[in-house]
Design a protein around this ligand. Structure first.
Ligand code: PMP
Length: 289
């Protein structure tokens, strides 16, 4: 079935889903986006994603051309229009058509695009065996340059890290911040387990405020695991008993090797496996937030 893409209020077949080459989303990466997932036809934490989209837009002074309620309805109708129950949704808002100069004030209306599709980010066996990652030399953008809390269309910082990771044979790569502390991976947040506690970098390490990260923190606290959002270094990774990544597309994925060092036993640990299962159940539960 040909995918139907939402563009500015209309569902059109993918061949007809086009935007101008003068859109500043293309010319400068000037725009914002969200990646969401649906389980059994229900979007996981839709309001949290829409809130984050609005915050990203506000941070780049982009005025949304629709209301939050209209955006929620547009996302749901794009899913329905493609008969997708379990899928991945990409919601994009570009600055719109402008001149060849940077000035966003010279741009027309922001363009709203929603794509719904199915997804499998990492091969299934990696969820059982765990994946290997590598620390990259590419520093995560400092918050004073391009704040990682803004989910903008400019992902080159992450892509450069991803390229380096792929060249060392790893499908995900760890990025440090400008202070040399752990930040996040190219498309996922990172967690460690040390002495029964769950550790993760704080938002002011310069990371995306991940929605899966937040869900996992809530799940862990709900089963009395202490969660510390604190500055962490590579040393903390190397001495951790367990490590895992979280993201909308990735969900919860165990990490068993970092920089060629085996983490813990080299197999997904009990805390990781338990939180992975709890997250699966939460996501598939109706009205999970
Ligand atoms: N960090 C980055 C850089 C991301 O792009 C993402 C989303 N793919 C995440 C973390 C995870 O965030 P979420 O759980 O909201 O998808």
């Amino acid at each position: 079935m040909t995918r139907q893409i939402y563009i500015n209020g209309q569902l059109v077949p993918r061949e007809k889903a086009v935007i101008s080459v003068f859109d500043h989303g293309l010319l400068y990466g000037d725009g914002v986006f969200e990646g969401l997932r649906s389980y059994g036809g229900q979007v996981f934490r839709l309001q949290a994603h829409v809130d984050r989209l609005w915050e990203s837009a506000q941070a780049i002074c982009l005025e949304m051309p629709l209301t939050q309620q209209e955006m929620c309805e547009a996302i749901r109708s794009t899913l329905r229009g493609n008969s997708i129950e379990d899928g991945y949704i990409r919601a994009i808002v570009t600055r719109g058509v402008g001149t060849l100069g940077l000035d966003p004030n010279k741009c027309s209306q922001p363009q709203v695009i929603i794509i719904a599709d199915t997804i499998e980010l990492y091969p299934r066996e990696l969820y059982e065996q765990g994946l290997e990652i590598v620390t990259t030399s590419v520093t995560r953008s400092p918050p004073t340059a391009l704040n990682p809390r803004i989910k903008s269309l400019n992902y080159l910082n992450n892509i450069l890290a991803k390229i380096e990771g792929l060249r060392s044979g790893c499908i995900e790569a760890l990025m440090l911040n400008h202070k040399g502390e752990l930040a996040e991976c190219t498309g996922d947040n990172i967690f460690l387990v040390q002495r029964g506690k769950l550790l993760t970098p704080p938002l002011d390490a310069g990371i995306l405020d991940g929605i899966t990260r937040q869900a996992v923190i809530e799940l862990a606290r709900g089963c009395k695991i202490e969660v510390l959002e604190m500055a962490l270094t590579q040393h903390d990774v190397y001495i951790a008993q367990e490590c895992f990544l979280t993201g909308t597309a990735a969900e919860v994925v165990p990490v068993v090797k970092v920089d060629s060092r085996v983490i813990g036993t080299g197999k997904p640990g009990p805390v990781t496996v338990d939180l992975k299962d709890r997250f699966h159940r939460l996501a598939r539960k109706r009205n999970s937030g």
